[in-house]
Design a protein around this ligand. Structure first.
Ligand code: C5P
Length: 231
């Protein structure tokens, strides 16, 4: 495909900090529009786990980045209940989604070499009829030409509560206060790193979801995508 025909494929970017509900929002959007979805955080998580499996120190970011090309990664399913994440033929979803893996991902995600190694892989998800990009730098770095960019926020306490519900639904447990600290630490690292820090794109629409339930968030976003003629 030519770069012009790739650029014609619409992308909606949904960025924001951990636990803000991007997963729910982006899965819903992908279903309603019939578009593909990129879970970019999963790529950082998978790479961190692959490095540990290979005995590579996460601080050796060039070696971690070098692993990226050799990973065969596939996502299947379209709902939280039937999703699987396949890495070299193994379903690793449970380990990938754990809170501790999120922390490991954010350590390697601060390294320019790692981000560069994953960039093209993320762009390759831009396939017709359209893509919903879920992450931290979808609107700023990976798809800067996206016609609609959303940036979701919510207080750290509310995000910790949401994460706890999500972990419990997946059969895992955690302590709310610990989650709140982990989330705040990860946010701080993501926000203050020098490459692709967690900041809204200048043309992103900010949505504070602290006091909204998932249906209200979806309604607000549907209004925006209708305005743009996507729905
Ligand atoms: O979104 P998720 O919690 O799966 O992301 C895990 C970590 O991966 C984040 O805390 C962040 O450090 C990193 N990440 C990133 N850029 C993205 C997606 C995730 O740096 N686009």
């Amino acid at each position: 495909m030519t770069s012009a025909s790739i650029a014609a494929i619409p992308v909606i970017t949904v960025d924001g900090p951990s636990g803000v509900g991007k997963g729910t929002v982006t899965r819903g959007l992908a279903t309603r529009l019939g578009w593909h979805r990129l879970d970019s955080g999963a790529l950082y998580r998978i790479l961190a786990l692959a490095a540990i499996d290979a005995g590579i120190a996460l601080s050796d970011t060039d070696a971690v980045a070098a692993l990226a090309g050799g990973l065969d990664i596939r996502f299947t399913g379209d709902h939280e209940d039937n999703e699987a994440i396949w890495v070299n033929g193994r379903d690793v979803r449970a380990t990938v989604r754990s809170e501790s893996t999120g922390g490991l991902a954010s350590q390697i995600a601060a390294a320019p070499a790692v981000r560069a190694a994953l960039l093209q892989r993320q762009k390759d998800f831009r396939v017709a009829p359209g893509l919903i990009g879920d992450g931290r730098d979808m609107g700023t770095v990976v798809f800067p030409d996206a016609p609609l960019k959303l940036f979701l926020t919510a207080s750290a306490e509310e995000r910790a509560r949401r994460r706890l519900r999500q972990l419990r639904a997946a059969g895992q447990d955690a302590i709310l206060a610990d989650l709140c600290i982990e989330i705040s630490t990860r946010d701080e690292r993501d926000r203050t790193r020098t490459v692709a820090p967690l900041v809204p794109a200048s043309d992103a629409i900010l949505i504070d979801t602290t006091l909204l339930n998932p249906t209200q968030v979806a309604e607000r976003i549907d209004d925006l995508i209708k305005d743009r003629g996507f729905l």
